[in-house]
Ligand binder design. Structure first.
Ligand SMILES: *Cc1c(COP(=O)(O)O)cnc(C)c1O
Length: 502
């Protein structure tokens, strides 16, 4: 230990002038990076070893420190060349959006303020900004703005918060003190369509319901929940003495963007007094641009909704948002009052609204982007993403070697079918070959760096899947997709058939 603690020289101190100089350099480097993204490959095809070596994520913890200016200047180009660039105009993978630049600055600012948004006292401005962000989020999608809600890490957590609120409200016993097992043979059960994102399994597990308590409701050919099957499942559980805890409707499924018949599901839940939760992690924000009779609008009838600002509000990761119609129901699921907290009960203390204790200022990047774009700016951007996906679907459908399978919201699913095999897809061997071909094609496309798509499996068919939550994408990028896919598909087909006949 240093003997003189009257003027400490700590290893973490950064002279204000040095901070300023390094910060300016970093902003300059990032501005350059953001400008150059379209000229770079979407991702590099390096091995984990190569990536570790390139970014210096190997070796033991350094015993002695490094000059911070050199550290950052050296790291930025390495990080850039070994990251997948989801701000690339040809990134269509999964549902990861391009980040709004103001959100990037927002995270920087939030870290500098370092508000602990667990309690109002520790974060007066940040709490008020988060509360406003929650109200604006609700208002934008047509949910009551006086709901309870908070920012969380993403869609998974937002959905889990919804289920925890449902669990506390639904159990006829005090589930928070007595646990889920206190119902004796009566089990809390959850209903979700077979297309539901895998968060539902984590939620059933974490909430103690157990994944066996998930009733997987079949979907029709349109990938939407079969509501007759839902009613039958609820009635069967009630007859068996079980306790329906929550019905999950999906507003934009992860695979195809399909929207469950939320109006009908809401009516079923209302008639039977069951908590209605909507997973709008992907499609929730599209409710803002939906036609009045669109099922998306019916998320306004839910008891709780999960949305993901880091998807269709283009917030940099991480930002999910849980909304619960009855704010008191949300507090009833989370609040405790330990003796070591002395918090004013007349203000929002987010520690009472969710699972986290110390919390970062996630709302800032979302709030700043909402202010920059305005509701109209967001509606237009979301509409354009949808229009671009529809344009991509048309280009795919028009290509003789591509088969378009679905197009909902901003997701198109399709596959490459060699021209000579098109007529024989009903032959099992041919179908299996086309699946294998598209699987290999996906791998090749993802490694190639020209564009990035992901996959879906529909009716047993292996498909490519392009999702646009990307305000950098233009019509030219969308129209480039069929040629790139077919070009690589043909080459791969030749190579694979060459091997088969050898
Ligand atoms: C992305 C997604 C999730 C999970 O959200 P994360 O932010 O990745 O945790 C859940 N449901 C749907 C429909 C999604 O698209």
């Amino acid at each position: 230990m240093q003997d003189d603690l009257t003027s400490r020289q700590t290893a973490l101190a950064l002279d204000p002038e040095v901070f300023r100089a390094i910060g300016h350099r970093l902003v300059d480097d990032l501005a350059e990076f953001l400008t150059r993204i379209p000229t770079r490959p979407v991702t590099s095809d390096d091995s984990p070893d190569a990536v570790r070596a390139a970014v210096g994520a190997n070796g033991p913890l350094p015993e002695h420190g490094t000059d911070p200016a050199a550290l950052l200047a050296d790291l930025v180009p390495r990080l850039v060349s070994h990251s997948l660039l989801n701000a690339h105009p040809r990134f269509f993978g999964y549902i990861t959006s391009s980040p709004a630049p103001i959100g990037v600055l927002g995270d920087f600012l939030a870290a500098a303020i370092n508000a602990n948004v667990g309690s109002w006292t520790l974060s007066p401005a940040a709490t008020e900004i988060e509360a406003q962000t929650v109200r604006w989020t609700a208002e934008f999608i047509g949910f009551p703005a006086d709901c309870g809600g908070l920012l969380v890490s993403g869609g998974n957590m937002a959905n889990i918060v919804g289920v925890l609120a449902a669990r506390a409200a639904a159990a006829p016993w005090d589930v928070r003190t007595q646990g889920v097992g206190a119902g004796g043979g009566r089990r809390l059960v959850a209903y979700a369509s077979a297309e539901t994102h895998t968060w539902i399994q984590k939620a059933a597990d974490i909430t103690g319901l157990g994944t066996d308590a998930i009733r997987w409701i079949p979907t029709g050919r349109d990938q939407r929940m079969d509501t007759h099957a839902l009613e039958a499942a609820i009635d069967a559980d009630r007859a068996a003495g079980h306790v329906p805890c929550v019905v999950v409707g999906t507003a934009g499924s992860v695979s195809t963007g399909a929207v469950d018949p939320l109006t009908a599901v809401a009516a079923i839940c209302r008639a039977r007094g069951i908590w209605f939760h909507v997973d709008g992690a992907y499609g929730g924000f599209a409710a803002a641009v939906a036609d009045p009779d669109d099922d998306l609008r019916a998320l306004s009838l839910a008891d709780s909704v999960a949305v993901d600002p880091h998807k269709w509000l283009y917030a940099p990761l991480e930002a999910g948002c849980a909304l619960v119609r009855d704010a008191a129901a949300l507090r009833r699921a989370f609040a405790y009052h330990p003796p070591y907290y002395h918090f004013d009960e007349h203000v929002v203390n987010y520690v009472d609204y969710g699972p986290q204790n110390s919390r970062g200022f996630r709302a800032l990047k979302v709030w700043l982007a909402m202010k920059q774009a305005g509701a109209a700016g967001y509606r237009q951007t979301i509409r354009e993403d949808i229009a671009l996906s529809q344009a991509m679907a048309r280009a795919i459908a028009a290509h003789p070697e591509l088969e378009l399978v679905t197009q909902h919201l901003s997701i198109a699913t399709f596959r490459f079918v060699p021209a000579d095999l098109r007529a024989s897809l009903s032959i099992p061997d041919v179908a299996a070959y086309v699946d294998a071909l598209n699987r290999a094609l996906l791998d090749r496309i993802q490694r190639g760096g020209e564009l990035f798509v992901s996959n879906a499996v529909i009716d047993g068919r292996y498909l490519l899947r392009a999702c646009i939550v990307n305000f950098h994408t233009s019509l030219a990028d969308v129209h480039a997709v069929p040629e790139i896919v077919v070009e690589q598909g043909r080459r791969l087909d030749r190579a694979m058939r060459g091997e088969l006949t050898r």
